[in-house]
Design a protein around this ligand. Structure first.
Ligand code: HEC
Ligand code: HEC
Ligand code: HEC
Ligand code: HEC
Ligand code: HEC
Ligand code: HEC
Ligand code: HEC
Ligand code: HEC
Ligand code: HEC
Length: 367
């Protein structure tokens, strides 16, 4: 095959392939949004590629991916010389070399949030010839990403609760667009939609094999959404990359059903809710969950040894009733649901024979 003919073939393949629009990472759903403040340590720093690290890989073991123009064997597609032993310098510096053919990236890189290493040089992540990883990646995606994002690496290495979302499928690019995005933090969609895109099934289990709630079904069936859920801010309470708190939470919340009251253990709820409402025994203002002046939050939370956690009565994501009161609570290991039978009354509310005999409370005068 003459060099001329191979160039022609490569350009033809390229035109066909690129026209087909097979660039799955290019489309970007969702409008721009402002995310809650960053909660992770930054720790990103650009690094230069070590000399020789962009050279074509040897034929054995066979590379996992290979670049069509390199396969064509004509080094002058990018280099000044056709001699494969001495191809000489490249004809254009930085992304310009790649954008000659990957034209759609001209538009992609103009999105509101562009990733600095992609603006600087596509070869920060891709080998222009061939690679031991898919899509010409110079390394496994999460390794490539964390080579600059040391803060994320630290979380992944040390967090006691890990999130498999970082390890399965496309790893970091399950959630991030490595090139540019119209959503802040280079997210591929709004965070809520990202979370639901995986948490929309019944067979997701945690590290111990426990089934996790199907969040999509839960939210579809329960129309009273908790404030931050209604604001579509899952990362208002959860850390996407890993956490030292139960269920990837941002702050502490007791995993148990019964726990002695300690405000530090409710740090999550108390970031947004007033602590006095739970620690003041007598009040007529701090909470509506009171009988006269007796604070029933206090009564339940402070029972020695068997203090009820918020989950005994509240559903944290979404519920059918107002005040995010749940229908029932899981009881024992057999998956049995204990009905709460909570009812609003004209002057307060009541619970029927469940945890105890029927009880009612009154927090205002009868109308
Ligand atoms: C001469 C045209 C041309 C140039 C210049 C070019 N590419 Fe490509 N590239 C192609 C073609 C053709 C394909 C195959 C398209 C397909 O299969 O969808 C491709 C595919 C790719 C892929 C996907 C590989 C895969 O396994 O699916 C990546 C990543 C890529 N190119 C990166 C780059 C980078 C980085 C540069 C600049 C260093 C570059 N390209 C320069 C033509 C070019
Ligand atoms: C499950 C989805 C998801 C995955 C997978 C994911 N991220 Fe993120 N990432 C997010 C979200 C959501 C934010 C925005 C966080 C916020 O606002 O609290 C974010 C923010 C970031 C930030 C910005 C810094 C910061 O702390 O706000 C960096 C850097 C980052 N991610 C890198 C990575 C890397 C590297 C990987 C792979 C090891 C990865 N992410 C995997 C969802 C994800
Ligand atoms: C799609 C474009 C493209 C094609 C085709 C291509 N190269 Fe390259 N090559 C590059 C880029 C980009 C670099 C990095 C050069 C730089 O940053 O200065 C490079 C660097 C190299 C290096 C130096 C590696 C290092 O890290 O020092 C060698 C050797 C090389 N290429 C060999 C070849 C050979 C041999 C061919 C033809 C069989 C070829 N290349 C075809 C884009 C290409
Ligand atoms: C920060 C790392 C990084 C940089 C820099 C980068 N990419 Fe990528 N690129 C990725 C990752 C990760 C993927 C997806 C790999 C996967 O699907 O597993 C990808 C995929 C691609 C694909 C294949 C898309 C598809 O859906 O098949 C092309 C083409 C591509 N990149 C071109 C470029 C070009 C052109 C540049 C420079 C403007 C560039 N990349 C810069 C990380 C990067
Ligand atoms: C060559 C170094 C380098 C590599 C590799 C790299 N990044 Fe980055 N990344 C940066 C720099 C520099 C910034 C901008 C500075 C910052 O925000 O910390 C950045 C910013 C980000 C941001 C936005 C942070 C914000 O606060 O808006 C995210 C998210 C991110 N990178 C994810 C990734 C993912 C995912 C990968 C792998 C596909 C990756 N990065 C690979 C250097 C890198
Ligand atoms: C790519 C798929 C994927 C995406 C996207 C995703 N998750 Fe997950 N998530 C999983 C899988 C799989 C598990 C179960 C394994 C595990 O515990 O990590 C899980 C587990 C969890 C857990 C329980 C962790 C534990 O072990 O206690 C929480 C909480 C969670 N995800 C929240 C989120 C939030 C919030 C988002 C959006 C920022 C999100 N997930 C996005 C796949 C995903
Ligand atoms: C107000 C804080 C808050 C918000 C906002 C929030 N979560 Fe949670 N999430 C929690 C708490 C607390 C738990 C632990 C619940 C328990 O075990 O009682 C939890 C548990 C989970 C679990 C594990 C469920 C199980 O079966 O154990 C998943 C999955 C999850 N959240 C996903 C999400 C997603 C997706 C969003 C956004 C739609 C979201 N969360 C928003 C606080 C929150
Ligand atoms: C990120 C802030 C935030 C966090 C964290 C948070 N909440 Fe909320 N919560 C709100 C907002 C905003 C409202 C008001 C809107 C509504 O009714 O959901 C609210 C309302 C409530 C209500 C109903 C109040 C009413 O008047 O109807 C309950 C119950 C509740 N939260 C319980 C909890 C529990 C339990 C936790 C901890 C697991 C928690 N919240 C953590 C923001 C938060
Ligand atoms: C024994 C059941 C029970 C427990 C445990 C419980 N709550 Fe409540 N909570 C209620 C009821 C019932 C209401 C509704 C009161 C009314 O409006 O009549 C309520 C109301 C609320 C409200 C609305 C404002 C107010 O105080 O009236 C918030 C916020 C709240 N609870 C948060 C929490 C948090 C956070 C926890 C855990 C620290 C918790 N609750 C534990 C039953 C409980």
């Amino acid at each position: 095959m003459t060099p001329k003919r191979s160039v022609f073939l490569v350009l033809l393949t390229m035109a066909v392939a690129l026209a087909a629009g097979a660039q799955t990472l290019v489309p970007n759903a969702g409008a721009a949004t402002t995310l809650a403040q960053a909660k992770q340590p930054a720790g990103a720093a650009p690094r230069a590629a070590p000399a020789g690290s962009l050279a074509p890989l040897a034929a054995t073991p066979a590379p996992v991916s290979s670049h069509a123009p390199y396969e064509a064997g004509d080094c002058t597609i990018c280099h000044q010389s056709a001699d494969p032993k001495q191809p000489g310098p490249i004809t254009k510096k930085g992304p310009a070399l790649c954008l000659q053919c990957h034209e759609e990236f001209v538009g992609v890189m103009k999105r509101e949030h562009a990733h600095p290493p992609a603006l600087e040089n596509c070869t920060n992540c891709h080998n222009p010839h061939n690679a031991g990883f898919r899509k010409l990646m110079r390394n496994e995606t999460r390794v490539q990403c964390t080579s600059c994002h040391a803060g994320i690496k630290k979380i992944m290495d040390t967090a006691s609760v890990q999130h498999q979302a970082l390890n399965i499928g496309a790893q970091c690019t399950n959630c991030h667009n490595p090139h540019a995005s119209s959503v802040a933090k280079l997210l591929r969609q709004l965070p809520f939609d990202l979370c639901i895109s995986c948490h929309n099934r019944d067979d997701v289990t945690d590290a111990k094999g426990k089934k996790l709630q199907n969040m999509k079904t839960l939210l579809d069936n329960n129309k009273e959404w908790h404030g931050p859920v209604a604001a579509k801010d899952c990362s208002g309470c959860h850390q996407p990359h890993g956490s030292d708190h139960f269920r990837l939470l941002m702050a502490d919340y007791p995993p148990e059903f019964y726990a002695p009251y300690d405000p530090r253990r409710y740090e999550l709820c108390l970031t947004c809710h007033q602590e006095e409402a739970f620690s003041t025994a007598q009040t007529t203002t701090l909470t509506s969950f009171r009988n006269g002046a007796t604070n029933l939050h206090y009564v339940h939370l402070h029972q020695s040894g068997r203090g009820r956690t918020c989950r005994a009565c509240h559903e944290v994501h979404a519920s059918k009733q107002k005040n995010h009161i749940r229908e029932g609570v899981p009881y024992g290991s057999g998956g049995w649901i204990l009905k709460l039978n909570y009812k609003r009354t004209a002057t307060g509310g009541s619970c029927e024979k469940t945890c105890h005999q029927e009880r009612s409370y009154s927090n205002r005068a009868a109308p």
